[in-house]
Design a protein around this ligand. Structure first.
Ligand code: FMN
Ligand code: MN
Length: 453
């Protein structure tokens, strides 16, 4: 295991040194042009746009474009990722408070204009306008002296106004408590963070209760504590080497139209009446780099799936021994579809694994269980298992009318979904019937001994 990459700027250097980041020197428009190139190259490399029209800030996108790249930035190989995440949850590394840092190099308490000062792209055709997509929202967890970190889509609605979607998780709970007391909620939006913080910001579920400092989870992931410094105008502590921080308050009792916006599903999330953040100050480093994220891209789906995988794995394993790995697939929008790799010990294990998977994270609506000789990350192999080991009358599980995700357009009613399980494992009593055909000497054979390559 090697060392994790520590810090956003170090990550840019690291990606570039591996050929995983390319610079775009020609001028690009933030309206659709950045998102179109990011889409074309969504499987990598990451892109650093040096010349964004009407802006002095460079913009980087696709920094977490593949599982391999994310794993490398955390100093492990892709198969060690889930284990790495579990360890970070078990052994978080709390942040260290410092009085200063590069983030304080430029502080603006007024006279800023979010619609002009940041190169915020418009990503998809029907998006309501420019959206900050890689902003990590940090709030203090009341009475605990620790921080909650989460991603939220942030519509730039005016010079000092952001509108945000807050689905019912921790930030929602904290905001609603403040709102019930008529209190504005202090928040900071951090733009420009390394992979560990980005993954920690997307972490939730039964293994991450409110009361765990998500900056400490990020510290555990990279093995080096974050240095945090106090914001200028609100009582929130942020990474001292962040690129840009927007400080402000989510206002109680106020809702404005937010959306539509292309979501992780690849469809538009609707226009809803959503909370409003008033931005009161902005800090940034000298020559800051703006970080963007294209929704419905591998980067987006991996940030959703990787933090869920340890939660699913632990839960399913606690019901069914023999679970080896889980893959929350990119094709399932990084949320909805799971492949479970199982070393089956009893007939019936796979059906139990399906039920346990549904219990682990409520968004999941399709589970495919495969044997240990199938690579759960290779969807061709998974489909082959379905083709040769699955019979619909025997191996199919359907659960009607369960809770789904608010953004799934196929739900007949908001967030009401059917759930589907496929047991694509071998019938134990007929194991030999399913043997994979093999060719002796295949593994050792070197093609270059036969052909000029
Ligand atoms: C790129 C990205 C964008 C997201 N956008 C939103 C969003 O707009 N609203 C929301 O409620 N959750 C969004 N999420 C999910 C939450 O950030 C995530 O579930 C987080 O862990 C919630 O944390 P919390 O429970 O600590 O509040 C997004 C996640 C990612 C990776
Ligand atoms: Mn949380």
């Amino acid at each position: 295991m090697s060392e994790a990459v520590v810090g956003f700027r170090e990550q840019i250097k690291y990606l570039e040194s591996r050929g995983w980041l390319r610079r775009v020197k020609r001028e690009v428009s933030p309206v659709f042009e950045i998102s179109a190139l990011a889409k074309k190259l969504e499987n990598g490399p990451a892109l650093l746009f040096e010349n964004v029209k009407d802006s002095t800030m460079p913009l980087v996108v696709n920094t977490d474009f593949s599982r391999e790249c994310i794993a490398a930035c955390l100093g492990v190989n892709p198969f060690e990722l889930t284990e790495k995440f579990k360890k970070a949850l078990e052994c978080p590394v709390p942040p260290i408070k410092v009085s200063d840092g590069p983030i304080r190099e430029v502080i603006k308490k007024g006279g800023f204009d979010l619609t002009k000062d940041l190169p915020v792209p418009v990503h998809y055709e029907k998006d309501a306008g420019p959206y900050i997509t890689s902003g990590l929202v940090i709030v203090e967890v009341p009475q605990r002296g620790i921080r909650n970190v989460s991603y939220h889509r942030l519509q730039v609605a005016g010079p000092n106004e952001l509108r945000l979607l807050i689905q019912p998780r921790h930030l929602y709970q904290i905001f609603r408590e403040a709102e019930a007391e008529g209190r504005p909620l202090d928040v900071a939006v951090v733009i420009g963070s390394d992979t560990a913080l980005r993954l920690a910001g997307a972490t939730w579920g039964s293994k991450v209760p409110l009361g765990m400092d998500e900056l400490a989870i990020a510290g555990g992931l990279r093995g080096v504590p974050y240095h945090i410094t106090k914001c200028d105008s609100v009582d929130i502590w942020v990474p001292s080497d962040a690129e840009i921080v927007l400080e402000g308050k989510i206002l109680p009792g106020k809702r404005e139209k937010e959306g539509p916006f292309a979501e992780f599903t690849g469809c538009y999330g609707e226009t809803w009446m959503n909370p409003v953040m008033e931005v009161v100050a902005m800090m940034h480093r000298r020559e800051p780099i703006y970080q963007d994220l294209l929704t419905f891209s591998p980067e987006h789906h991996l940030l959703l799936s990787i933090p869920y995988e340890p939660v699913v794995l632990e839960t399913v394993r606690s019901y069914v021994p023999g679970v080896r790995a889980v893959n929350i697939t990119p094709g399932g929008c990084g949320k909805f579809h799971v492949v479970v790799s199982l070393e089956k010990q009893h007939e019936g294990d796979a059906k139990d694994a399906i039920l346990a998977t549904f219990c682990s994270v409520r968004d999941i609506k399709l589970v495919i269980v495969v044997d240990e000789d199938i690579n759960p990350f290779d969807m061709r192999d998974v489909e082959w298992a379905v083709a040769t080991r699955f019979q619909a009358d025997r191996d199919l599980v359907i659960i009607e009318g369960a809770k789904g995700n608010e953004l799934d357009p196929s739900c007949p009613e908001l967030a009401l979904t059917a759930k589907l399980g496929l047991d694509a494992t071998k019938t134990l009593s007929r194991r030999e019937r399913y043997q994979k055909a093999s060719i002796p000497g295949l593994k050792e054979l070197r093609v270059q001994d036969y052909l000029d390559l």
